[in-house]
Design a protein around this ligand. Sequence first.
Ligand SMILES: [Mg+2]
Length: 113
Amino acid sequence: MTKVKSIEDYAKWVDKMWVSFDDTKRSDDRSLTIASLGLAGETGEALEHIKKHFRDGVFDETAFKKEMGDSIYYWIKILNNFNIDPMEVLQMNVDKIEDRRARKVQRGSGDNR
Ligand SMILES: [Mg+2]
């Protein structure tokens, strides 16, 4: 089993695993389509566990973690397709949220608060 030590390691591992069942490399367009739809689907699967938590009072933490991992797999693959460093995205998000908090505009709507 591969041990992942950083998000960069994980991003490389995702590309290594990203092959079609017939062992041919997928085109970038096909990969982006599959990864985008995969992210939407896996996010929905994760959210189902939260729904069951509120609706039924049960929360399967292991299953939820697996779905969140599936979501991250596709999230990373989308970034890889555009050659975007995931750490850059994480840092941009930290910077944006800290800036909003400092300006007390965290709540509300609109991307450019
Ligand atoms: Mg899943």
